[in-house]
Ligand binder design. Structure first.
Ligand SMILES: [Zn+2]
Length: 72
């Protein structure tokens, strides 16, 4: 059981560490473009989910900031 716990801990630390290095993923709604296209494909508006940035913060990054207090 102890080995399994250590393995889980290593995986979590590795994931949070990776999210600290690469904090963003492409927004799922607009696939990283930051735009929501109209059915015609010519007009677009900023994606509401990512506010036009096309990126979203990964869950692990939030955990990292929680422990490092970067949101002060
Ligand atoms: Zn988006």
């Amino acid at each position: 059981m102890g080995t399994l716990l250590v393995l889980a801990l290593v995986l979590v630390v590795g994931y949070v560490g990776a999210c600290a290095w690469w904090p963003y993923m492409a927004c799922r709604r607009c696939h990283g473009s930051g735009k929501r296209r109209s059915p015609s494909g010519k007009a677009w508006r900023p994606c509401r989910r990512c506010v036009g940035s096309g990126r979203r913060v990964r869950l692990g990054r939030r955990i990292y900031e929680l422990f490092n207090g970067e949101d002060r």
